[in-house]
Write a protein that binds this ligand. Structure first.
Ligand SMILES: [Zn+2]
Length: 263
C-alpha cells in the first residue's frame, strides 16, 4: 500500500515527466472514485492546461494546474502513476488518463479503487477538511509535539502511528519498520512509553521515511538493517538473528522481533 515514501516518489515522478506539458484531453474511467467533483468538471479544469507544481501531504498528492485548482490523488492500496507514449503501455486499471500535446500520456492506475480523485482550490483547505494531522516529515513536527501526541492516547503505538488524523503518511509497513528500529513492541500502549523511547521513536520515524525515499521506496534497495526486506524472505531479524514474528495488531498484520522489541 502506498505510504508517504511511495507517494513522495510519485510526486517526483510526476514532476520529472508530466509537468509543464499541455494537456490535450483528460478522460475519467471510474467516476465512482471522484470526490466533490464531476467528470465533466474535472475534464474542463484540466484540458488545455498544464500541471505546474506538486505537493504531498501524508499519502495525498496535490498537483497545481495552470488554471488554479489542484488535482488531488490518493493511491489507496494499489495505486500508481505511469507516463508513457505507446497506447499499448496503458496500465489495465487506469482510472484517469491525461493525454499531452507532445503525444505522451499519464495514467493514474488504481486496481482496487480504494484511492480517490478530487479537486481543491487550496491544499490547506483540503487537509483541514479531511482532518489530517501534520505530515510525518514536516520539519515543524518537533519531538515535543510528537511526545504530546503519543502521551495523550491510550491506543497502542502501532495504531497511533497509523492514525492519519494524528500524523499523516504512515501505514502498516513503515510503522513496523520505525518500531523495529526503535526497539519498541508494536502492541505497546502509547501512554506507557517512556520519554527516552518516544524520543528514539521520533528519530527513527524521520530516519526510516527519509531512507525509504532515498531508496525510491523500493524494498529491494532498502538497507539490510531494515526489517521490511526480511519479513517475507528469511524471516530472520537483522539485529539479533532471531525469528521474526507475525501477529494481528491494530487490525493489521504486524511483523516484529520479540527479542529486540520487548513489551
Ligand atoms: Zn531481533
Amino acid at each position: 500500500m502506498p505510504e508517504l515514501p511511495d507517494v513522495e516518489v510519485f510526486r517526483q515522478y510526476m514532476a520529472s515527466t508530466a509537468f509543464h506539458k499541455k494537456i490535450s484531453a483528460a478522460t475519467v474511467f471510474s467516476k465512482e472514485m471522484l470526490e466533490s467533483v464531476s467528470a465533466p468538471q474535472l475534464k474542463k479544469i484540466l484540458e488545455g492546461q498544464t500541471l505546474e507544481s506538486g505537493l504531498r501531504h501524508g499519502k495525498y498528492l496535490f498537483t497545481e494546474t495552470s488554471n488554479g485548482p489542484w488535482l488531488v490523488l490518493h493511491f489507496g492500496m494499489t495505486g500508481f502513476l505511469k507516463y508513457f507514449k505507446d497506447p499499448d503501455h496503458q496500465p489495465s486499471h487506469t482510472r484517469l488518463l491525461l493525454d499531452f500535446a507532445n503525444g505522451y500520456h499519464l495514467a493514474y492506475d488504481c486496481q482496487r479503487k480504494l484511492g480517490m480523485m478530487s479537486l481543491t482550490d487550496a491544499p490547506g483547505d483540503f487537509i483541514r477538511k479531511s482532518q489530517l494531522g501534520p505530515d510525518a516529515l514536516d520539519p515543524d513536527l518537533d519531538v515535543d509535539q510528537f511526545e504530546q501526541m503519543v502521551k495523550e492516547t491510550t491506543a497502542i503505538i502501532k495504531s497511533t502511528l497509523m492514525n492519519q488524523n494524528r500524523i499523516a503518511g504512515i501505514g502498516n509497513i513503515y510503522s513496523d519498520e520505525m518500531l523495529f528500529q526503535a526497539g519498541i513492541h508494536p502492541g505497546a500502549r502509547s501512554q506507557d512509553l517512556s520519554k527516552t523511547e518516544i524520543k528514539r521513536l521520533y528519530g527513527e520515524l524521520k530516519k526510516v521515511l527519509q531512507k525509504a525515499i532515498e531508496a525510491r521506496a523500493d524494498p529491494n534497495r532498502f538497507p539490510d538493517s531494515f526489517i521490511i526486506p526480511h519479513r517475507r524472505t528469511d524471516r530472520v531479524c537483522p539485529k539479533c538473528s532471531g525469528d521474526i514474528e507475525k501477529a494481528k495488531i491494530a487490525g493489521r498484520t504486524a511483523y516484529f522481533c520479540p527479542r529486540c522489541q520487548q513489551k
